[in-house]
Design a protein around this ligand. Structure first.
Ligand code: PLP
Length: 395
């Protein structure tokens, strides 16, 4: 076992909150059904692999560790391909429906029935990369214009990929939350439609569509597993990924659903802080984490309402565990075949490696030789420069 994970400093706590169905109902199964029907019919749809990390499970004295590898998703590199693009389609259907004064379906948008109207609409969003790729891809696919806001630390490679997908990319001087604010402001001034993966008071439908899209991934896991796992370690940015997966697991497995443990960078612990305060809580990002997709200071309120109901524990992990976890997968030390993962993909993996190795945490999280753990490998190599540096030991 890699010594980094044993000696590192991790903060965690368990929740006392009792489970509430009301929270999970924020994301009803009908929304997941609709998204699944649509997305699984898109050209290029293919289920992503659920890999068994059997070598790692053996080292950690756990029964199984499953790793859902989202690298191949629609050729976009992350699970985010499912959310933003689907939300673009839903937003266009609603907006065009209002403009033409009759029902416009997802089929109509997919089939280009209202191509002329779609071409006059600009969709916009802030992103650290992956959500923006999905929105840009969706806009191109469904014939709309796209404008994406990125913060100062988003790599030029990520910006280039979004330009390649047809987006106009605007770099904002500030952090992720500053880019969200600027996207909102400029959209209001210009009549553009915001397709955000995070919600705020009065803005809920597109993030609900985004989370419904992520449900495709969670349902693939449910169908691949003969019996429910015992634990799921879910990385958190604004919380949309975790909320969607937790809601689907709850709907599909009920009382047998796995324990949900949320893992965040210690540099961006907004869900951890929300768990402590028992309310959505803002944290100020002082320094950018290497896990770019998780660098969020403010939780999505909708996502939080689900996570408040289902989470059994919250953890924060230090930067020092990220590169070793990426290398562990890439060197084939965790599974039969090597897996190339991005920095945000390995947070859950780092979380379980630490928790299973620390005697107190192992007991607190009820981890043992019978445990079957699910992890979401939320991205492949979305920034090859960073991956190369990690593999060369420079990070
Ligand atoms: C690769 C990756 N993993 C995880 C997340 C976190 O998702 P969420 O912000 O919905 O919690 C993101 C968000 O951008 C991401 O890009």
């Amino acid at each position: 076992m890699n010594a980094t994970f044993k000696t590192t400093n991790v903060s965690y706590f368990l929740t006392k909150a009792s489970f509430s169905n009301e929270g999970v109902n924020t994301l009803p199964s009908e929304g997941f059904d609709r998204a699944e029907r649509e997305i699984t019919g898109w050209d290029g749809y293919a289920k992503t692999p659920l890999e068994s990390l059997e070598r790692l499970a053996e080292q950690l004295n756990l029964r199984e560790i499953y790793y859902k590898d989202e690298g191949p998703r629609f050729g976009l590199g992350s699970f985010k391909a499912l959310g933003g693009a689907y939300a673009v389609q839903c937003v266009l259907a609603r907006a065009i429906s209002q403009r033409v004064g009759k029902d416009v379906s997802l089929d109509d948008i997919r089939n280009g029935i209202y191509a002329e109207q779609a071409a006059q609409i600009t969709v916009t969003s802030a992103t650290d990369g992956n959500h923006g790729r999905s929105v840009a891809w969706g806009a191109t696919r469904f014939g709309a214009q796209c404008r994406i806001y990125i913060h100062a630390e988003v790599s030029e490679h990520r910006a280039e990929v979004m330009r390649g997908l047809g987006a106009e990319v605007v770099r904002v001087d500030g952090d992720y939350d500053a880019s969200v604010a600027q996207a909102r402001r400029e959209a209001e001034e210009n009549g553009w439609l915001v397709v955000s993966d995070t919600s705020w008071p009065g803005y809920t439908q597109p993030p609900l569509d985004v989370m419904a899209g992520y449900g495709v991934m969670a349902r693939e896991i449910v169908r691949d597993l003969p019996t429910p796992p015992t634990h799921v370690f879910l990385q958190g940015g604004v919380g949309g990924l975790a909320a969607s997966v937790a809601a689907v697991f709850q709907q599909e497995w009920g009382a047998k659903a796995p324990q949900v443990i949320i893992v965040e960078p210690e540099l961006a612990p907004c869900l951890y802080a929300s768990g402590k305060a028992n309310a959505p809580t803002l944290v100020e990002i002082q320094e950018e984490t290497l896990m770019a997709g998780l660098s969020c200071g403010e939780p999505s309120e909708l996502a939080w309402s689900v996570l408040a109901a289902v989470s059994r524990g919250f953890m924060t992990i230090p930067e020092s565990v990220v590169a070793p976890a990426v290398r562990l997968l890439a060197n084939g030390d965790a599974s039969q075949s090597a897996i190339n993962a991005g920095e945000s993909a390995v947070a859950g993996l780092a979380g379980v490696m630490w928790a299973a190795s620390d005697p107190q945490a192992r007991e607190d999280f009820n981890l043992g030789t019978g445990s079957r753990v699910v992890l979401i490998g939320s991205e492949g190599v979305t920034d090859p420069n960073v991956f190369q540096q990690i593999m060369a030991g420079e990070i």
